[in-house]
Write a protein that binds this ligand. Structure first.
Ligand SMILES: Cc1ncc(COP(=O)(O)O)c(C=O)c1O
Length: 401
């Protein structure tokens, strides 16, 4: 088949970048010492707060998500302190590893790769922590490897019930701008995210939002590395403090445009609803495919599924065959399995993920579903019928006038 038409990267981030964002970045270098760039940078802050539904401060880093992970720990915790890590996939472990390398002691509870967190178990752990050694709980709102979404409001209620003083730290890299998230209402003390998924901007910026309680933890620290310290970045007296050096000039314009698309030309509720509608269509298709053969959604319980990414499996290497076929014949790139088996293990070829976050619409999602349907037929992978019909029916219900 000819390789014409637009390629489509349907992996769970980096996501599709809108033309408007690309065009906003395509400009001569702006002056970093004065002028428009300073105003544009300052204008990002209130919109980043809106996106996170918070009045908390936000620090911006020229870094990927790993940088924000490190910034969160570096500002709030000290060598020898303890955190509780709640793992529903690879990414919570990743955040824990960053903390551990900064000298933090971890207690990690692994809830597996397909189930949600067990609140009773967490409550028990917190109640038993008489000395209140846990300073923070680290959790991924959506773990992108498994596509499990954690109910942060319920988690906060559980923490309150056990009257534990730990701060709640959430990784919203996959969920911000895709799934409902309300930092202040839900009692999240610190949240990190990055620009390359729901925020539709090329990778390179990440963020830490922190409330008063997290700020108190920062104030108790004597020293924080100059680069990660959020204080100068949020109490800016000179422009260069925003980024501890040269500003990410073009990213600032890209992000400005992406935020305009999200909060000025649209609103968050609409964006969250769009992600619900589109992910429901994908799951409707899987529901049919999985009637026959070995195709399975990773997360069986619908309320635990992310609206930004769907992890699934096809045994006997079927997932890898599907990915290869889609890329070769249709320029569609699906996400690889991550954290479901060792990356060197053959079994990893049984897993794949679909990213459905950010700048997407029904046409694009139906394209993904249809291409997968064609691939399953072309590859003779056993599957249930009428997936397209189920997806289109679901969408017609969502979009009915
Ligand atoms: C939930 C989550 N946390 C953290 C990260 C790490 O972010 P980065 O790869 O930008 O460092 C990712 C990346 O996909 C992620 O999905």
């Amino acid at each position: 088949m000819s390789q014409q038409g637009r390629p489509y990267l349907a992996i769970p981030g980096p996501s599709v970048i809108p033309e408007k964002v690309l065009n906003a970045m395509h400009r001569p270098s702006p002056d970093i010492y004065k002028g428009e760039l300073h105003e544009v940078t300052a204008s990002l802050i209130p919109d980043l707060q809106k996106i996170a539904q918070t009045e908390s401060k936000v620090a911006i880093y020229i870094a990927n998500g790993h940088g924000a992970w490190e910034a969160a720990i570096a500002n709030t915790l000290s060598y020898g302190e303890h955190v509780l890590v709640l793992a529903t996939g690879r990414f919570a472990f990743g955040w824990g590893e960053i903390a551990e390398n900064l000298g933090i002691n971890l207690t990690t509870v692994d809830f597996g790769k397909s189930e949600g967190i067990d609140l009773e178990k967490i409550e028990e752990i917190l109640r038993k922590d008489i000395d209140r050694k846990f300073k923070a709980i680290l959790v991924a709102h959506t773990d992108t490897s498994t596509s499990i979404k954690t109910d942060l409001k319920q988690l906060r209620d559980c923490m309150n019930k056990s009257q534990h003083s730990a701060m709640l730290f959430a990784d919203c890299i996959a969920s911000l701008g895709t799934d409902c998230f309300r930092m202040d209402d839900w009692g999240v003390d610190l949240m990190i995210s990055a620009c390359q998924k729901g925020l539709m901007t090329p990778p390179g910026l990440s963020f830490v939002w922190f409330n008063e309680k997290a700020q108190q933890a920062r104030s108790q620290k004597n020293k924080v590395s100059s680069y990660w310290d959020w204080t100068p970045r949020t109490e800016v007296k000179r422009y260069y403090q925003y980024f501890c050096g040269t500003a990410p000039t073009h990213h600032i314009y890209g992000l400005r445009t992406a935020l305009d698309m999200m909060v000025n030309e649209n609103n968050l509720e609409n964006i969250w609803q769009k992600h619900i509608d589109l992910s429901s269509a994908i799951w409707a298709a899987f529901d049919r495919w999985s009637h026959f053969g070995n195709i399975e959604l990773n997360v069986k319980e619908e309320s635990l599924r992310s609206n930004a990414v769907t992890a699934a499996s096809i045994s006997e290497g079927g997932a890898k065959k599907l990915q290869d076929w889609c890329e070769k014949n249709s320029d569609l790139t699906l996400g690889i399995g991550l954290g479901m088996a060792d990356q060197e293990d053959e079994k990893i070829h049984n897993y794949f993920r679909i990213g459905h976050m950010g700048h997407i619409n029904a046409t694009m999602v139906l394209g993904v579903i249809s291409t997968i349907d064609v691939a399953l037929k072309a590859l003779n992978i056993p599957h249930g019928q009428n997936a397209l019909d189920a997806a289109s029916k679901k969408l017609s219900e969502s979009y009915s006038v």
